[in-house]
Design a protein around this ligand. Structure first.
Ligand SMILES: *[C@@H]1O[C@H](CO)[C@@H](O)[C@H](O)[C@H]1NC(C)=O
Ligand SMILES: *[C@@H]1O[C@H](CO)[C@@H](O)[C@H](O)[C@H]1NC(C)=O
Ligand SMILES: *[C@@H]1O[C@H](CO)[C@@H](O)[C@H](O)[C@H]1NC(C)=O
Ligand SMILES: *[C@@H]1O[C@H](CO)[C@@H](O)[C@H](O)[C@H]1NC(C)=O
Ligand SMILES: *[C@@H]1O[C@H](CO)[C@@H](O)[C@H](O)[C@H]1NC(C)=O
Ligand SMILES: *[C@@H]1O[C@H](CO)[C@@H](O)[C@H](O)[C@H]1NC(C)=O
Ligand SMILES: *[C@@H]1O[C@H](CO)[C@@H](O)[C@H](O)[C@H]1NC(C)=O
Ligand SMILES: *[C@@H]1O[C@H](CO)[C@@H](O)[C@H](O)[C@H]1NC(C)=O
Ligand SMILES: *[C@@H]1O[C@H](CO)[C@@H](O)[C@H](O)[C@H]1NC(C)=O
Length: 391
């Protein structure tokens, strides 16, 4: 047990220096953007934010830099529910080492696979291939951000996942008009991979080779310093709403500060199922930050209910037959987390599965009902004795 929280916080205050120079050259973070990238804009197959984003997914905190934190987390929904996380350091501590890779695969024929590898984070930034690696666990993508491929070897399980990025785009929240900013003070996040259709296989210690298929969303967050003390918690969620005719992906971030200020960023995109598990068509409908006209989110921690809604879109050539029908996602998460991680600074990150819920969404000018799937994440800042934050 470490009880060095006060000491760590004191060091942080002294070392709090913002330097934009450590962003990967060519990265798209911290560039001024419009507030709402998509607002019922419909089919935008290749937007002009796409290409630099292959660089955005690289480490923005140099592994040798020694301070700051960074996290890539991939959720898979399909044959199995999966959570994969590559971390450098922790949100509530000052040091960016060690790096840690975490894997959780739910109910592989009755066994929940959970493991971690502590080591160094290495990365490759070549013209054609970009990669991050911890131990034998890599995430590899190309310069066009088309494929994000995973290779994991842990405890005699071998996992490969190849994800095709269906929308060719990235969602960057936009607090204070800065691209990727999640709060007013130097915390960045993005969703580099949306609604990718994932195929792969899991080779188990009992020599089964299980074919995998599903959808994935990956989130990337980082800051050059631990969370400022005014951040109480953040939540993040991925909710897929699906019917036989459409597949909607809703991703959100919510930051809450001690004085009650909340920032909310949300993305909504749709894919239409195509032949053989692919998509015949995909488009982004909303990417909004702090816009209560377009997006409502309410999270009740006691009842574990989350309701999210986007206002409807008028029919246009870009978003046909939507007839102002809103998008609604009502879900209930499990009471207890699927898994929790306590970081070196004492912050706690918990992941919850969704137990049930439903979506209503427009299709062909009418309101349709659909089923849901997804994952909900809560980060809670460390408490000091007596239950209040360190100051
Ligand atoms: C979004 O689009 C709606 C409908 O076109 C419009 O009324 C609204 O002003 C837009 N909001 C923003 C923030 O762009
Ligand atoms: C992106 O494209 C839109 C529409 O074509 C244009 O208005 C905007 O200025 C472009 N943004 C950048 C950063 O090039
Ligand atoms: C394990 O689960 C996979 C995926 O559901 C299935 O294809 C496979 O047959 C199962 N194996 C056994 C031994 O039950
Ligand atoms: C990812 O996997 C796909 C499908 O197997 C392959 O075509 C692509 O070249 C791979 N890309 C990278 C960067 O590994
Ligand atoms: C499992 O199956 C995949 C595809 O069918 C194959 O590429 C892979 O080599 C197999 N893995 C093992 C360890 O046999
Ligand atoms: C709350 O704190 C944040 C961050 O320090 C600050 O930007 C915001 O103005 C504060 N809001 C109020 C209502 O005091
Ligand atoms: C979510 O919506 C349901 C149904 O309208 C309502 O009963 C519940 O109170 C809402 N919960 C939250 C957290 O808004
Ligand atoms: C949610 O509620 C539980 C118990 O009801 C409490 O222990 C936990 O701290 C709360 N979490 C947040 C993020 O408020
Ligand atoms: C969850 O399931 C219960 C019981 O079947 C149902 O009453 C409730 O409406 C469901 N909640 C949502 C959000 O669909």
């Amino acid at each position: 047990m470490f009880n060095s929280q006060l000491l760590i916080v004191a060091v942080v205050a002294a070392a709090y220096i913002r330097s934009a120079s450590s962003f990967q050259s060519g990265s798209d973070y911290d560039v001024y953007k419009t507030t709402n990238l998509y607002n019922c804009t419909g089919h935008v197959p290749v937007s002009n934010v796409t290409v630099p984003n292959a660089v955005d997914t690289l480490p923005q905190i140099e592994p040798c830099e020694g301070h700051g934190w960074e996290q890539w987390s991939l959720f898979l929904h399909g044959t199995f529910s999966m959570l994969l996380r590559w971390n450098q350091g922790d949100p509530s501590s000052y040091v960016s080492s060690p790096a840690q890779f975490d894997v959780l695969i739910v109910d592989v024929n009755g066994t929940t696979v959970q493991g971690k590898v502590v080591g160094d984070l290495a990365y490759t930034d070549s013209d054609h291939v970009k990669q991050i690696v911890i131990g034998d666990n890599s995430l590899t993508w190309d310069s066009d951000g088309l494929w994000y491929n995973v290779s994991v070897s842990i405890d005699d399980y071998h996992l490969t996942l190849d994800s095709f990025s269906a929308t060719l785009d990235t969602f960057h929240p936009n607090v204070a008009f800065h691209n990727g900013l999640l709060d007013s003070d130097g915390w960045f996040g993005s969703v580099p991979l949306l609604r990718g259709h994932v195929v792969g296989n899991l080779y188990t210690p009992s020599k089964q080779n299980i074919t995998l298929s599903g959808l994935s969303v990956m989130r990337h967050m980082f800051s050059e310093h631990p969370f400022p003390l005014y951040i109480n918690k953040y939540t993040g969620g991925t909710i897929w709403g699906h019917s036989t005719t459409f597949y909607d992906s809703h991703v959100f971030y919510q930051t809450e500060t001690v004085n009650g200020t909340v920032h909310e960023a949300a993305f909504l995109g749709r894919a239409l199922p195509g032949k053989r598990g692919g998509f015949s068509s995909t488009w982004a409908t909303y990417a909004v930050t702090d816009d209560t006209d377009l997006y409502h989110l309410s999270i009740d921690n006691a009842t574990k209910q989350i309701n999210a809604s986007f206002s409807g879109c008028a029919s246009s050539s870009a978003s046909p037959s939507t007839n102002d029908v809103p998008y609604q996602f009502n879900v209930i998460t499990a009471m207890t987390p699927l898994v929790s991680f306590t970081d070196l600074g004492g912050g706690k990150t918990s992941y919850y599965t969704l137990v049930n819920g439903s979506t209503t969404a427009p299709f062909d000018g009418e309101t349709k009902h659909g089923a849901i799937a997804g994952m909900f994440e809560v980060y809670e800042a460390p408490l000091k004795k007596g239950g209040t934050r360190d100051a």
